[in-house]
Design a protein around this ligand. Structure first.
Ligand SMILES: [Ca+2]
Ligand SMILES: [Ca+2]
Length: 379
């Protein structure tokens, strides 16, 4: 028979675990969607929302009926691909620029992520994207339907950042003649900044023609980067899905190599080992990594007042972990997980609202679809 004291200790630890899972926010369901992938705030507080099959919606944040935007390019919807991220230009109020990432077909059985820019026209009753132009493409296109990455960000200097996943092909992440498995840094029209780290990479090599994609590259050795964010000091952080184990949070440095597929703190899905980061110090190690995985789908840094203890912390959307993970980002480039809120469903997107409340996107709730939620401090 189990001694009484042990049972009590067991019950106490159970209740402690439950208390930890208690969330400090109220959750309001705003609306339901089909496979929503990304949310972005418009300057007036409304939201843009993408659905993976190829729908762009404008959401009135009081939960009133949303408007479908016409003029969205057709997308390849299969596997992990479809319509992906949405982002507005920092000067959106003047230029009305909206950026979309999505998957397009190539020759034969190939495909790849692209980023397109258009202008949002709301002069009519029905909103439309006009003058849509592809300004960036993953190169080269690949067979398969996974690891597009294709998150976007504008930094405080107005540069456009795109995360480009490894397309489940491993070695392109280390190949400088491919922009796969990289973070790229561009001007807002897709042109390459002259001061990018690898602009002169092949300058001395007579066998490499100079029209490659390598000048776009800012950092390499990434796997499937599904989120980028600036912290309150303007530093760029990125999260990426590891293989079997080894999800990563990385502080991004100019020209750095993050090691994949040479090193990873996870292993191949079939169990074959991948050397860990500490065996190869020439590669940048993650600031924080997870085994078992959290499956990070998005990241944001919180800057608001509503959840003031979270100011400066990163919030990470967890897919398989069905959680929001709160992480402290330290001045020395390290990071630590502070707590984890069990949300019960796959979290795909996070966006801070003007009042400091937080928009949360669940991409698949069984029997329901996807949901847009709003988190506000517990009343
Ligand atoms: Ca790595
Ligand atoms: Ca390993």
């Amino acid at each position: 028979m189990r001694p009484l004291l042990t049972v009590c200790a067991w019950i106490l630890s159970c209740s402690a675990a439950l208390a930890q899972a208690e969330v400090p926010f109220d959750i309001e369901e705003i609306d339901r969607f089909e496979e929503p992938w990304a949310i972005e705030k418009l300057p007036d507080g409304r939201l843009l929302l993408t659905e993976k099959r190829g729908t762009l919606l404008i959401i009135n944040t009081d939960g009133e009926r949303s408007l479908r935007v016409s003029g969205v390019p057709s997308v390849v919807y299969w596997g992990q691909g479809g319509l992906g991220d949405v982002m507005v230009h920092p000067d959106f109020e003047d230029n009305r620029f909206v950026y979309l990432s999505y998957v397009e077909a190539g020759v034969g059985d190939t495909r790849g992520a692209v980023v397109a820019r258009g202008t949002l026209d709301e002069s009519d009753r029905r909103p439309a994207l006009r003058d849509v132009e592809v300004i960036w493409r993953q190169y080269p296109k690949q067979v398969g339907y996974g690891h597009y990455g294709h998150r976007m960000l504008f930094d405080n200097d107005g540069y456009l950042w795109i995360s480009s996943g490894d397309r489940q092909k491993f070695t392109p992440s280390q190949d400088m003649q491919s922009n796969i498995g990289k973070l790229v840094r561009l001007h807002d029209d897709g042109s390459v900044p002259e001061d990018n780290p690898f602009v002169d990479y092949y300058a001395e090599d007579p066998f490499v023609d100079d029209e490659g994609v390598y000048p776009q590259i800012w950092s390499l050795g990434h796997r499937n980067p599904l989120g980028m964010t600036l912290d309150l000091d303007g530093r760029l952080w990125e999260i990426e899905m590891g293989p079997g184990g080894g999800d990563e949070l990385n502080l991004i440095e100019r020209g750095a190599n993050y090691g994949y597929p040479v090193v990873s703190n996870g292993e191949h899905y079939d169990g074959r080992p991948i050397p860990n980061h500490d065996t190869r110090p020439e590669f940048n190690a993650p600031a924080l990594w997870w085994t078992p995985v959290i499956s990070p789908g998005d990241i944001m840094v919180y800057g608001g007042e509503a959840f003031s203890p979270w100011q400066g912390n990163a919030l990470i959307a967890g897919l398989s972990s069905r959680a929001i993970v709160r992480v402290q980002l330290n001045d020395d480039g390290s990071a630590e997980e502070l707590e984890r809120f069990d949300m019960g469903n796959r979290i795909r997107g996070l966006q801070e609202a003007d009042d400091g409340s937080i928009w949360v996107l669940e991409d698949h709730v069984p029997g329901v679809g996807g949901r847009l939620l709003k988190l506000t401090p517990k009343s």
